[in-house]
Every structure is written in structure tokens, then in C-alpha cells.
Design a protein around this ligand. Structure first.
Ligand code: ASP
Length: 445
């Protein structure tokens, strides 16, 4: 580890000239911020367009033989305006001929380049603008981030290339979201993939910190559309993050966590518009003991179906669960949870998985497992209460359950993973919001 910080800036942080200026100030406030990963310009307001969406649109137009000049004009104007406004204050921007870059891109799109190439130009142009503004070197991601011919990311070759290239570059801007295939064509990560680029670069340069700058001051303990003014989370472990994001909390791009976690690099989620806010720090382990008995966050998902199966002496019947699960496997269905009792076992399955297959699965279970009864409960929601502070401390589960019973909410299922950092309850879809609010309130007092 050394004192290098890799800073990734999301689309809203680079949506216009004013945002670029904020980003410049943030970067210059800490000389350790040496490698910068930008996204493409995002929305400036609710009704605005993301540049990446417009680029994809250009490509679809070309594929269908429809003129794309109007869409491309919106893109051009956006970049031209950013550069023009920055030029008023920063003389170095006058050297940047953004229109020639735009012309090259327009011609390539017209010539039928791939949609990955087209989409990646949002980050590419932002990278060039930001590098000029900061006086940093521009390092094209296609020269250091590699995919194989099937489009799978190649970690080792990438890591080597990053180390090789950046060891002689003191400060650089590397556009997010893409890399190169073996034939040198551009390949993008999935949407939101600049987070992944940032994490890969952080690992490659053995950064001491990966900063992910966005438009919120870190994660909140619960969805603010459900809970009024939820508290921010100051520190969260990777394991907790995984549990919460799995249960629907929108956080980082899932794949972005692995490279930095593997390298033991913490992630700091920060707000470009409120740079002094501490944000949320994501760490491997946290030795701070003040969390004991407390929770870190609550998240949940709606629309599950429970198949409840009862059979006397099920616990001593060899191979019962194997048969059950192989029926799901045969139907290409994965399950979310499988709570079990002495004579019963339930399968909790997402509706999107089981759609159109429920009847076949039930018939097969009846045939192969010969249960005493089989019941189906649709419209279930799962809520995860997550916190490293709950392991080895008493009373957390009691608090969750009494919060729900005080609000007259019927708990249909309970599951606590062996990690002891997560209590999952199943409630009816209709009770979902009330249940999250009740659990959150219980832990605020
Ligand atoms: N610009 C890309 C997208 O909109 C990647 C990113 O922003 O992370 O998905």
C-alpha cells in the first residue's frame, strides 16, 4: 500500500461545467488523488438525458437506417458547452479541440461501429476534458483493461498492464466503463461499469483508498422513500454491504467491490456536492465495538412465492431435500431461502423465477416427494435487517420481532444466516413498507 487515492466520479458529478469545477477542487484538495476515473455526463436535472443513453440511441438509429443527427446534436452541444464554459475560466481548455473528437466519433458511428464503442465515447470524451482541465495525463482504458475474445474481463493481464503503464505516470485520468478485446475493439462493462474500472485501477496501483464520488453522502440505513430521513451509515463491512445490496439496496455496481475487497482497499462513498461530508466507508473488518446490539441497515424485496411442504417424519427421510431441489434445478429455478422445521420445509422463490413454472413444479413435488400437504403463499416480501453488531449480542432479534408485532404485522417466515449478521423476515407484500419503518424506528430508540 502507498498513499495513492483512486477517485471515481459518477455521471452527476460531471454533468456540466459547474460540476467539473467542483471535481477539480476536490481533486486538488488532496495531492494523493492521483488516478481519476470519470463516468460520462449524467443528468443535470430530472428531465435531462444521460449521454450514455443518447449514444446507445445513435447506434440503434444507424442499425435501423434512421438518421441520428438530431440525437448526436444533443450530445455535441452538451460537450461543446462544457468545454466553452470551462474555457472562460481555465485557459488550458482553449487548446482542446472538442469538435474534432466529436466529428471522428460521429463518422465512426455512421460507419457502423459497435454499440460498445459508441457507448464508451461518453467516458472517453469526459476523460479528455478532465485530463486537460487538471493537467493530468490521459491514459486510454483500452490500453490497460482487457477482455478475452468471449468478452470476459481478464484480471491478471489487466493488473499487469496497469502496473506497467502507471508506474511512470504520476497523475492520470483513465475513462471508466470500457477496455479492449484481443482484436483491439472496444468492450464495455455492464451499465454503471465505471465503478468497476475505478476498483480495478485502485487494485492495480495498490491504492490506500478507493473514493467513489457521487451525488449522495454515502449510504442510508434504509430507503428514504420508505423511512423518513434515515440516518447515514458511517462504516459498513463488505459482508454487510453484500447482504444489503443483495436484498435490493441500490449501492455500487456489484462487480466493483471484488477487486478492492480482494486487495484490502477500503471504499469511501463521497458526495461531490458536499465534499466535507464524511460519506460511508466500506471496510473489510471493523473493530469498533460501539456497534454491539445495533444494526447497520435494512433492505428488502417484494414479490416472492412460498411453497410450504409438510410431511410427517420428513427429518428422517433420506434425500427428501435433494429431490426437492433437483426439481427446481430441472426447471431452471433458483430459490432465495429454505427455512425448515421437523416435519416441514418451505421454499422461498422470487416471482420472476417461478413465473409460468409453478404448476409443473408442484406436480413434480407431489409425484416425487409425496408430501402430506403442499401450500402456496404468493405475494410475500423479504426484509433483511443487517448488522455486524448483532452477532454475539442478545436482544436484536427480539427487537425486530416485537417491532413487527407491535404494528400487528404477521411474520410469515424467519431466517437467520449462520454468519449472524442478518435476520430475514418474510411478511406480506402489503405490510412491506410498514414493516421496514417499524424495524428502523425500533433501533433508533
Ligand atoms: N456511463 C455508463 C452508464 O451510464 C457507465 C457509468 O456511468 O458507470 O452506464
Amino acid at each position: 500500500m502507498n498513499n495513492i487515492v483512486v477517485a471515481k466520479f459518477g455521471g452527476s458529478s460531471l454533468a456540466d461545467a459547474n460540476q467539473f469545477e467542483k471535481v477539480k477542487n476536490v481533486i486538488e484538495a488532496n495531492p494523493s488523488r492521483r488516478y481519476i476515473v470519470p463516468s460520462a455526463p449524467g443528468k443535470r436535472h430530472g428531465k435531462d438525458y444521460k449521454i450514455t443513453d443518447l449514444l446507445y440511441l445513435c447506434n440503434t438509429h444507424v442499425q435501423q437506417g434512421i438518421p441520428f443527427d438530431d440525437v448526436f446534436k444533443i450530445i455535441s452541444e452538451r460537450y461543446t458547452e462544457i468545454v466553452a464554459e470551462l474555457s472562460l475560466k481555465y485557459p488550458q481548455m482553449k487548446d482542446l479541440d472538442i469538435s474534432s473528437h466529436l466529428n471522428i466519433i460521429k463518422t465512426s458511428i455512421l460507419d457502423g461501429v459497435s454499440s460498445d464503442y459508441t457507448a464508451s465515447r461518453g467516458e472517453y470524451l469526459n476523460g479528455i476534458i478532465l485530463a486537460t482541465l487538471l493537467g493530468y495525463e490521459f491514459v486510454d482504458a483500452k490500453d490497460i483493461i482487457f477482455f478475452d475474445a468471449k468478452g470476459h474481463f481478464i484480471p491478471d493481464a489487466t493488473d499487469k498492464a496497469i502496473k506497467e503503464k502507471l508506474k511512470s505516470v504520476e497523475k492520470a485520468v483513465i475513462p471508466g466503463f470500457y477496455g479492449a478485446l484481443p482484436n483491439n475493439h472496444i468492450k464495455t462493462f455492464s451499465r454503471g461499469g465505471s465503478d468497476v474500472t475505478g476498483a480495478i485501477i485502485a487494485k492495480g496501483v495498490s491504492a490506500e483508498l478507493y473514493e467513489n464520488w457521487t451525488d449522495v453522502s454515502g449510504f442510508l440505513m434504509a430507503d428514504p422513500r420508505i423511512v423518513k430521513n434515515p440516518c447515514p451509515i458511517d462504516t459498513i463491512t463488505y459482508r454487510e454491504l453484500r447482504e444489503l445490496s443483495y436484498m435490493g439496496a441500490t449501492v455500487l455496481h456489484e462487480d466493483s467491490v471484488f477487486p478492492v475487497r480482494e486487495a484490502g482497499i477500503p471504499i469511501n462513498i463521497k458526495n461531490t456536492n458536499m465534499p466535507m461530508d464524511p460519506g460511508t466507508l466500506i471496510v473489510d473488518e471493523d473493530s469498533n465495538t460501539t456497534k454491539v446490539g445495533k444494526i447497520t441497515g435494512i433492505a428488502g424485496k417484494k414479490d416472492f412465492t412460498v411453497i410450504a411442504i409438510e410431511k410427517t417424519l420428513l427429518n428422517s427421510e433420506l434425500g427428501f431435500c435433494r429431490k426437492l431441489l433437483s426439481i427446481l434445478e430441472m426447471n431452471g429455478v433458483s430459490f432465495e431461502n429454505m427455512p425448515s422445521g421437523i416435519d416441514s420445509v418451505s421454499l422461498v422463490i422470487s416471482d420472476s423465477q417461478i413465473e409460468g413454472k409453478l404448476d409443473d413444479i408442484l406436480d413434480e413435488i407431489k409425484k416425487q416427494c409425496k408430501p402430506d400437504s403442499i401450500d402456496v403463499y404468493p405475494n410475500m416480501a423479504l426484509i433483511a435487517t443487517v448488522g455486524r453488531g448483532m452477532s454475539k449480542s442478545r436482544g436484536v432479534a427480539t427487537k425486530v420481532f416485537s417491532a413487527l408485532s407491535n404494528k400487528n404485522i404477521n411474520i410469515r417466515m424467519i431466517d437467520q444466516g449462520s454468519s449472524e449478521i442478518n435476520i430475514i423476515v418474510g411478511v406480506e407484500n402489503n405490510d412491506f413498507e410498514r414493516a421496514i419503518d417499524a424495524i428502523y424506528s425500533a433501533f433508533q430508540n
